[in-house]
Design a protein around this ligand. Structure first.
Ligand SMILES: [Zn+2]
Length: 311
């Protein structure tokens, strides 16, 4: 899917169609990927270059918003095919791409051994000398087009969002939530936050969203899934939902059936909000489309609760 300003979205094929996007930014014959999907996505990314008649030598950067495997799992394998590319990564994410063993262990804790192997394959490390560390304010120069990396904790503490002044857009990874195209209505996109384990921090997430709004973006490119507009309304929706999610977690904090109750209430929350938005999907279909996100959001809220209780 091609947008203006040399931006296109590639469906990585991870999990289901229109679930997980990689974005390609092209400027004067030079290119940058933002997020890569998994190892299994690499042929799709290379096919997009070919379709655009861009040689693999034309890719200068592979920018990773963060190192969760649906965003970065294919980065090492992709880099092997791109002789001139450097990987741009948050300082807290760098060591995980040089040595992915902790990422695999983390994903295994969330998804289990079989699921990790089937979904992600064997992770390929990125040589340290091919990595550029993106501290807050780092500027990537793509053939003269500036891409500004800002530190955006809240979903993960190793997360950057990338500001492209040319398109007045952020590439938001998971910091600006999830918005699946099945939920679009005449009112626009429906959006929900993601609190995937293990670094959900609600206050930081609120602040990161507000910081991005300060740039007055006209559009956001989400990994899940691609472009949304009407950014101010979406930000307000995210703020409300973050607060609602935290309230749900707190209500069930000491419940024996905590996991099931939080998951149930999150389902209710997103069904109610999607219907208020005018989505024609019935409640069962909403729960089905969001099943994995509800499970991950529940796990992330539980990790957050555990950390709160230790403070
Ligand atoms: Zn993530």
């Amino acid at each position: 899917m091609d947008f203006e300003h040399g931006i296109s979205a590639i469906d990585t094929g991870f999990f289901r169609p229109q679930f997980d996007a990689s974005h390609l930014i092209v400027e004067n014959g030079r290119a940058a990927f933002v997020d890569t999907g998994t190892n299994y996505s690499v042929p799709r990314l290379l096919a997009e270059l070919e379709a655009k008649r861009l040689p693999v030598e034309a890719v200068d950067y592979v920018i990773l918003t963060h190192v969760h495997l649906d965003h970065a799992g294919g980065a090492g394998l992709l880099m092997q095919q791109l002789p001139n590319a450097r990987a741009v990564i948050h300082p807290r994410g760098v060591r995980h791409m040089v040595d992915p063993s902790a990422l695999i262990a983390g994903a295994t804790a969330v998804y289990g051994v079989d699921e990790v192997r089937a979904s992600y394959g064997d992770l390929v490390p990125i040589p340290a000398e091919r990595i550029v560390t993106a501290n807050d304010g780092h500027r990537v120069d793509l053939a003269g087009r500036e891409l500004l990396c800002i530190d955006t904790p809240g979903h993960a503490r190793h997360h950057i969002c990338i500001w492209d002044a040319r398109s007045r857009a952020f590439f938001t990874g998971d910091t600006f939530g999830l918005s699946y195209r099945e939920f679009d209505t005449d009112q626009g996109a429906f959006i929900l936050p993601t609190s995937t384990p293990v670094q959900f921090e609600p206050e930081a997430l609120h602040a990161s969203i507000d910081r991005m709004l300060g740039f007055e973006p006209q559009q956001m490119f989400l990994t899940h899934y691609s472009r949304v507009t009407g950014v101010e309304r979406l930000a307000a929706d995210l703020h409300e939902s973050i607060d609602a999610m935290v309230a749900i977690a707190r209500v069930h904090a000491h419940d024996n059936a905590r996991h099931a109750r939080i998951a149930h209430d999150l389902g209710e929350l997103f069904v109610t909000r999607s219907q208020a938005h005018g989505c024609a999907l019935d409640a069962e279909r909403v729960r089905e489309l969001l099943a994995m996100d509800i499970e991950l959001n529940t796990q992330g809220l539980e990790v957050w609760l555990e950390k709160q209780s230790k403070q």
